[in-house]
Design a protein around this ligand. Structure first.
Ligand code: APR
Length: 170
């Protein structure tokens, strides 16, 4: 079965998938951007569960329930802050996608939605980030996995255009 990769514009908190990925920070205690949106939509139990995890290093991923979200799970991953590209940013960003999909597969997840990790407050250039994200996801989906659908949920039309071109769907 060949897994499907798609991109759309929308709000990740409303995606009816098994797991949505959160672009978190190392404390896992919430923040702005997509992190804030996910915590608002999931409700206070999400923060309560996050407190029990005790943080997450950059490039790694942790899984929690989705609570009031349509998604069953939230996979929290911490992207690198862009510092020019010579401080392991590409490797760490790639690790976010690889580790999130690995965690999804251990929980039998079949559909996963990603935001554009690190391209907001963490200022990772969108083109480089999107290219790296698509390549990492394609490589993961070539391995045995329960994941059948990966959806890139772009908040802006501009970001969607970038992902669609890279996916060859523009
Ligand atoms: N749905 C989908 N994408 C969203 C949403 C949403 N509801 N809200 C924001 N985004 C998009 C942003 O437009 C951007 O393209 O998610 C992408 C990632 O931006 P940020 O949320 O700023 O995440 P990041 O750049 O990884 O910075 C993480 O910001 O919110 C804090 O706690 C977070 O410290 C961490 C940092």
């Amino acid at each position: 079965m060949t897994a499907r990769i798609e991109a759309l514009q929308g709000d990740i908190t409303s995606q009816a998938v098994d797991a949505i990925v959160n672009a978190a920070n190392t404390t896992l205690l919430g923040g702005g951007g997509v992190d804030g949106a996910i915590h608002r939509a999931a409700g206070p139990e999400l923060l309560e569960e996050c407190r029990t995890i005790g943080g997450c290093p950059t490039g790694e991923a942790r899984i929690t329930k989705g609570y009031r979200l349509p998604a069953t799970y939230v996979i929290h991953t911490v992207g690198p802050v862009w510092g020019g590209g010579h401080r392991r940013e590409p490797e760490l960003l790639r690790n976010c996608y690889v580790n999130s999909l690995a965690l999804a597969a251990t929980h039998g997840v079949r559909s996963v939605a990603f935001p554009s990790i690190s391209t907001g407050a963490y200022r990772y250039p969108i083109h480089q980030a999107a290219k790296l994200a698509v390549e990492a996801v394609r490589e993961c989906l070539r391995q045995p996995t329960t994941v059948e659908l990966v959806r890139f949920v772009c908040f802006s039309a501009g970001d969607l255009e970038v992902y669609r071109r890279i996916l060859g769907q523009a």
